[in-house]
Write a protein that binds this ligand. Structure first.
Ligand code: G3P
Length: 224
């Protein structure tokens, strides 16, 4: 499973990249706004900065909701960097835009996917990725993980090459369940990635190893 980081925060992207496990980045207009990035020039410069840090795909979202606007924005976004993937919302014109961009060899990420029906449309249109939002489904008492399992089954039934990019991940169990089901990508906040490191037995075990090592060094000195 590939690991993407779901943020526009440069420090967090660098930290995940330095860990050596980062395969890409996803952003959205809310995440860009959170970093105080506004205005086309600043937004484009920020995407470029992100692309220069990571080696993998970087999703940049369109703001238009009509076909022509989405295509115009997509053509501008892909000029920023070869690693840009155009993020398109799951709406009627979005499906048409995905089909068109796929035909032009432009990578797309269909966002705001909440049902298997939406995912089938995006996959048939040729989306490179689809982003089902797990956490937001959980928030309204639907099982987000069940959606990932349904998508894995459907895509495997028909050999769809669209990658399931599990999004709106809120905690490490989401990541582990995604890996069990076979999501292609998990895009996660840095906190959820770092939480995977934690286990109390690791801490206790390491403390004991180091204490035993220190004690053995003292014994050595006494012998000399
Ligand atoms: O990638 C989608 C993600 O940014 C949404 O996450 O936590 O706002 O539901 P969240």
């Amino acid at each position: 499973m590939k690991f993407f980081i779901d943020t526009a925060n440069i420090d967090q992207i660098k930290e995940a990249h330095d860990l050596g496990i980062l395969d890409g980045v996803t952003t959205n207009p809310s995440l860009m706004a959170k970093e105080g990035i506004s205005g086309k020039e600043s937004v484009f410069a920020h995407y470029k900065k992100i692309c220069e840090i990571v080696d993998g795909d970087v999703s940049a979202e369109v703001i238009s909701t009509d076909f022509d606007g989405m295509i115009r924005e997509a053509n501008e976004l892909v000029k920023i960097h070869p690693r840009i993937v155009v993020k398109i919302p799951m709406i009627k014109d979005g499906v048409k835009a995905i089909k068109y961009l796929t035909g032009k060899g432009i990578k797309t990420n269909c966002t705001l996917v909440f049902s298997p029906g939406q995912a089938i449309l995006a996959a048939k249109a040729g989306a490179t990725y689809i982003s089902p939002f797990l956490g937001r489904l959980d928030d309204i008492s639907f099982d987000g993980m069940e959606l990932i399992a349904q998508l894995r089954l459907i895509f495997d039934n028909y050999g769809f090459t669209t990658q399931i990019l599990a999004a709106s991940i809120r905690h490490p169990i989401h990541i582990i369940k995604c890996a069990e089901i076979g999501a292609d990508v998990a895009t996660c906040p840095l906190s959820s990635i770092l939480a995977l490191l934690n286990h109390p037995l690791t801490d206790i075990g390491l403390e004991k190893f180091l204490a035993d090592h220190k004690a053995s060094q003292k014994t050595e000195k006494v012998k000399v």
